[in-house]
Design a protein around this ligand. Structure first.
Ligand SMILES: [Zn+2]
Length: 487
């Protein structure tokens, strides 16, 4: 809701997401679906190459994963569903039609729960349906001229379309929805959700209306390749439509493309130019019967979803919302956290583990360019790191220094010994360092003697520094207090 002059506007947004389904083979043939690094047109057969007379066979794993997605999004799974042909011509579509679903999708009437400003909101999911991906056009210069080449490796890769209800009310909320949806798809293992590689694509419908007024004309925005782009494009479009309404004009119903480097949307086609896809039932594929038994068997595979996991961790350990969100953003990371803490782990162990993961370990992960689900330490290593610090055999400061030096599979305890970072057991050596610090900072000593007890912090820091970070802070404090009291 926003106030603009005398008018009060409301923004209405609905998102359509296309997500590639993670399967070994394509939707209707045995070709490998992993095309990313393959030379062009090497994962192609008569079926996905669109040869006349080639017959498709449905990929059961793809259907199951789409049903799993529907269940994760609280959808109903009708017993009867069918595939349809969506007819249009484009050079990356050799058959001249895309096999999709028209009026009887696999999953319908669900919702996704979203925490917005601390409040739970339900965003409706209209449907989740199955379809196939198209090939790709590659535009480049060859032999001195511009050429367009067709690569059919992606043709026939399983895809699902997740259509959301127009329940979103701001660009920020739209972004939150996408983040939450992508997280669910990754948690249940049905899609990589990789937006940059095109495995997770979003189109947005947005309209602005005066509160209480009739629904505004719907504008569809395409060509957004990141969460940030979606939010920016919607914000731009919201402003553009408000300005038109402020001027007393009508917004035209049309499709617009987001131009990332200019930060604007531009008109692509109007309602009059809209495609007529002339859908009809796919005659080469039998209808899909999802029995109650099959749906129940798929439901068995549903893991705990991110929202439920966040709430459970918050209740068990008293985490702040932001920390719980960071810990559970990736299922693999949350798994490591829970394995390290264990069923018996107390709040302190959990907070220490969470701190390490959210701060230093995540920092190292980013520095190494690792994917978000892959931490640089495994369960055994993180457990050992917490133990060795907890026992006092390694100071926190030395542990932070040690972290990037731990070799793959190496126990942090062994790495600390190898690098001579284990805590100093030798009290005489620590006392020598404390005496050296006292000699070097007479002003701090005088302050302390004069009643400024906080001045000891300087001496503690200096002493630890002189031991290469290996002296234990509480031992250093005790030795310093002992020394200073005798002066
Ligand atoms: Zn094929």
């Amino acid at each position: 809701m926003a106030r603009n002059g005398e008018r009060h506007y409301e923004t209405v947004i609905g998102l359509e997401v296309h997500a590639q389904v993670l399967t070994a083979s394509k939707m209707f043939c045995g070709c490998s679906a992993h095309y990313a690094d393959a030379p062009p047109n090497t994962h192609v057969c008569p079926v996905c190459g669109g040869f006349p007379g080639a017959l498709p066979v449905m990929n059961r794993a793809a259907v199951e994963k789409i049903v799993l997605t529907g269940l994760a999004l609280n959808c109903d799974v009708p017993a009867f569903s069918k595939m349809d042909r969506k007819n249009y011509f484009y050079p990356d579509l050799p058959k001249g039609y895309q096999v999709s679903q028209y009026d009887l999708p696999l999953c319908v009437d669900g919702f996704l729960e979203l925490a917005v400003d601390g409040e739970m909101r339900r965003i409706g999911i209209t449907r989740v349906h199955a379809e196939e991906d198209t090939g790709r056009l590659v535009h480049r210069r060859e032999h001195g001229r511009e050429v367009s080449l067709v690569d059919l490796n992606r043709s026939g890769v399983p895809l699902m379309e997740i259509v959301g209800e127009p329940d979103l009310r701001s660009p920020e909320e739209a972004r939150e929805y996408l983040v939450a949806l992508r997280q669910i798809l990754r948690y249940i293992g049905v899609s990589s959700g990789n937006m940059e590689e095109g495995a997770f694509r979003c189109d947005a419908n947005i309209s602005v209306r005066e509160i209480g007024g009739p629904l505004g004309a719907k504008v569809e925005i395409k060509n957004m390749n990141s969460f940030r782009a979606v939010e920016r494009a919607l914000r731009y479009e919201e402003e553009r439509q408000r300005a038109i309404l402020d001027a007393g004009d009508n917004v035209a119903q049309e499709t617009r493309g987001w131009v990332e480097d200019r930060g604007v949307t531009v008109g692509q086609r109007t309602k009059e130019q809209a495609h007529d896809y002339r859908y009809f039932p796919e005659p080469d594929l039998p209808p899909l019967h999802v029995s109650a038994e099959m749906a129940a068997a798929v439901r068995e595979r549903l893991p705990e979803l991110p929202m439920a996991r966040r709430q459970r961790l918050r209740e068990r350990f008293g985490f702040a919302a932001a920390d719980a969100a960071l810990l559970t953003a990736e299922r693999e990371v949350a798994d490591i956290f829970e394995a390290v803490v264990g069923a018996e782990g107390d709040g302190e162990r959990a907070r220490t583990a969470a701190n390490w993961i959210v701060n230093d370990i995540s920092g190292l992960q980013r520095a190494r360019g690792l994917p978000p689900e892959q931490l640089p330490l495994d369960v055994e290593q993180l457990r050992d790191l917490l133990d060795v610090v907890g026992e006092g055999a390694l100071t926190t400061r030395a542990a932070k220094e040690l972290l990037p030096e731990i070799a793959p599979g190496e126990r942090p305890r062994d790495a600390a010994a190898r690098l001579n970072l284990l805590a100093l057991d030798d009290e005489a050596a620590v006392r020598d360092a404390a005496l050296a610090a006292i000699d070097a900072f007479p002003a701090a000593v005088a302050d302390y003697a004069g009643g400024k007890t906080a001045a000891i912090g300087r001496l503690i820091g200096e002493t630890i520094k002189r031991t290469g970070g290996r002296a234990k802070p509480d031992q250093v404090r005790r030795l310093l207090e002992d020394e200073l009291s005798r002066r």
